[in-house]
Design a protein around this ligand. Sequence first.
Ligand SMILES: [Fe+2]
Ligand SMILES: [Fe+2]
Length: 358
Amino acid sequence: MVDSLKKPSFEELRPGIKVPAKETILTPRFYTTDFDAMAKMDISPNEDELRAILEEFRADYNRHHFVRDAEFEQSWDSIDGETRRLFVEFLERSCTAEFSGFLLYKELGRRLKDKNPLLAECFNLMSRDEARHSGFLNKALSDFHLSLDLGFLTKSKNYTYFKPKFIFYATYLSEKIGYWRYITIYRHLEAHPEDRIYPIFRFFENWCQDENRHGDFFDAMMRAQPDTLNDWKAKLWSRFFLLSVFATMYLNDIQRAGFYASIGLNARDYDIHVIEKTNETAGRVFPVILDVNNPEFYQRLDTCVENNAKLTAIANSKTPKFLQFFQKLPYYVSNGWQLLRLYLMKPIDVTNLEGTVR
Ligand SMILES: [Fe+2]
Ligand SMILES: [Fe+2]
């Protein structure tokens, strides 16, 4: 009894292979796109920058970075109970998100090979990086006697289709937010080594540079397709993607505050910092960014957090399913309303700042 409390049990596909977490609106997604449209893309308006980025990818600065060292070779049973469950969940979510990047970039590299060799090589080299990242995380899971069957995941997960331009907005933001997430954890643990309870965080400094370069690639791609940045639609889409990425992260992380607490971070402060930095970074390429310093921004997100807690309580209650629906309805409506109001909040136009601090 005590043992089972200390070591949470996970559902397994086969011994040691974890059943993937159930897909919800907040779990990492897999993407697919219109490969022909991507292949036909004219990148000449920004070809020089894209070539420079390709050279960076070829240099492969992290070639020797992802090697597990002696510090991993010990029992991690000291991380137990709820912390262990949260750790495994963090590793699984990160591994899935990295693997999602790998799959998309790999497929783009393959499909563009003959039609657009420059882009194809960029995608292949980015998929190389993501394979390393997800592999390293999966290896970390094995320290907790689990792993993910990535082949199974490839076949069993749903794929979300996005037109190329939406792939650019979404992946640009996920790479840049990934950069800020990793570097913020790294810097915090650098200042507080006593909170570094597991060695993977030591790898985040060089790791996040990969994500930063990937983000720069999508920045350059959007500049090569000026219509993704220049018109009124671009402004609306920028707002939409910024809000979706920020809200998803915030709702996910606040629910998992225990994980951040286990490494000495306050989840809310951490997210506010990451959102502020990512928003600022996005201002270098997007025509508008969100007014995240307006108190209304987090007030509304916090209402969504409370609604989600109530939704979970209802789902876990013994009330019959059809009654649960009616209990849940007001909270769904409230979430929709909050997100709509957040979307309609006056954004910050950054097009006039071109060439200054951007
Ligand atoms: Fe990555
Ligand atoms: Fe990446």
